[in-house]
Design a protein around this ligand. Structure first.
Ligand code: SF4
Ligand code: SF4
Ligand code: SF4
Length: 368
């Protein structure tokens, strides 16, 4: 698939009989083989964008342990997106409890009011009850039986889809997709909090601000992008697994991983929104038999599970990564391994967005 084929595959959306696509599309690739589950990405996003009132329970970036029910709880079965005929798939709005919301703790009682020996820190949800779910409720749980149990970490954010179901569902015209880079944004001056977008998004990556009564989501850090700075979640990632760039840049890592090597795949392509976050699927060691011997060609993470996330192309993607890894182990060169390792940071991860944010003028008082 070359970049022309990407354009054909990223079909766009139809408006008045015409197919509409942005001039360029920004995308991310996450190499799941490198994710540490450290949540630095989520914290980087939170401290940058979701610290205000009503945003306490928002995690525009989440890192779920899978297999599991994720954030919000059971999101994959909630519906949304489009059928193969382009009709909206039935769906529903996820509730605050399903997202997990933000918990309150009795810090004053334990730390300042002398009850420390008798009382312990206890979380309460927004209803004042003991929480029964949270954003990382299933952390490190996974599936399978010892010695063949397995899990992996799975970062998720808005996919800035080429055919955004959220945009089409908004009766206020409050959501737009930027022409210059395909970033999907909600204008909270126009939003009336109807939450049709939350219902329509099949990835359930939109949150509701219960104080301001508007819907809010990942903005692909567009104020940073416009100044040549990588998104906070990508720049802060210690695993260096989050590649950022334009889908049509044939020299950049995104096009190479998605189109040339074909090892980075969209999540749940069947949802029909043409997502622009791609995943290099995880390799895993072979399963062990009752005597503890490896079973050839049976990876610990079942291929059926990976197919349920990334579709049938995942088998070829894994085979290519395995073959290139073997080449490198034999001391042979491999362009794919060089890209995935990303020797030079930040240039190899996000070549168009290497500026250090600390060097920017912030436009504040006294700033030249
Ligand atoms: Fe909209 Fe959801 Fe796609 Fe983001 S992931 S652009 S919120 S449909
Ligand atoms: Fe948050 Fe920016 Fe990453 Fe979006 S791109 S999840 S806004 S840090
Ligand atoms: Fe994974 Fe990077 Fe996020 Fe850590 S910061 S959880 S390594 S994606």
């Amino acid at each position: 698939m070359d970049s022309k084929e990407i354009a054909a595959w990223q079909v766009g959306r139809e408006i008045g009989g015409e197919i509409v696509r942005p001039k360029r599309q920004l995308a991310m690739v996450f190499d799941l083989n490198k994710c540490l589950g450290c949540h630095t990405c989520s914290i980087a996003c939170k401290t940058q964008w979701t610290r205000e009132e009503g945003m306490e329970g928002m995690w525009w970036n989440v890192v779920n342990t899978v297999p599991g029910q994720g954030t919000p709880k059971g999101w994959e079965a909630m519906g949304g997106g489009f059928t193969p005929n382009g009709n909206a798939r039935p769906s529903r709005i996820p509730g605050r409890e399903e997202f997990g919301d933000a918990w309150q703790f009795n810090q004053s009682e334990v730390l300042y009011e002398g009850a420390g020996k008798e009382a312990h820190l206890t979380p309460k949800n927004f209803k004042g009850e003991k929480p029964s779910w949270g954003p990382n409720w299933e952390e490190d749980q996974g599936a399978g039986e010892y010695p063949n149990s397995y899990f992996f970490y799975f970062p998720r954010m808005c996919n800035h889809c080429t055919h955004p179901a959220c945009l089409e569902a908004c009766p206020r015209g409050a959501i737009h997709k930027r022409e210059q880079d395909g970033i999907v944004l909600i204008d909270d001056q126009k939003c009336k909090g109807y939450r049709f977008c939350m219902e329509a998004c099949p990835y359930k990556r939109i949150y509701y601000n219960h104080v301001r009564l508007v819907s809010q989501k990942c903005i692909f850090c567009f104020p940073r992008i416009e100044q040549g700075v990588a998104p906070a979640c990508a720049r802060q990632c210690p695993g260096r697994l989050r590649f950022v760039g334009y889908l049509d840049d044939e020299k950049g890592p995104i096009n190479k991983l998605v189109a040339q090597w074909k090892v980075a795949l969209p999540l749940h392509e069947e949802f029909g929104t043409q997502p622009n976050v791609y995943y290099v699927p995880p390799l895993s060691p072979p399963k062990l038999d009752a005597d503890g011997n490896p079973i050839p060609n049976e990876p610990r993470i079942p291929l059926g599970y990976l197919e349920s996330l990334f579709g049938p192309r995942v088998r070829d993607a894994l085979a290519v990564v395995e073959a290139e890894k073997a080449k490198r182990s034999r001391g042979e060169p491999s362009e794919l391994m060089d890209i995935l390792i990303g020797y030079k940071w930040p240039d190899d991860l996000f070549p168009d967005f290497t500026k250090d944010p600390a060097t920017l003028h912030r436009g504040g008082e006294g700033d030249a």
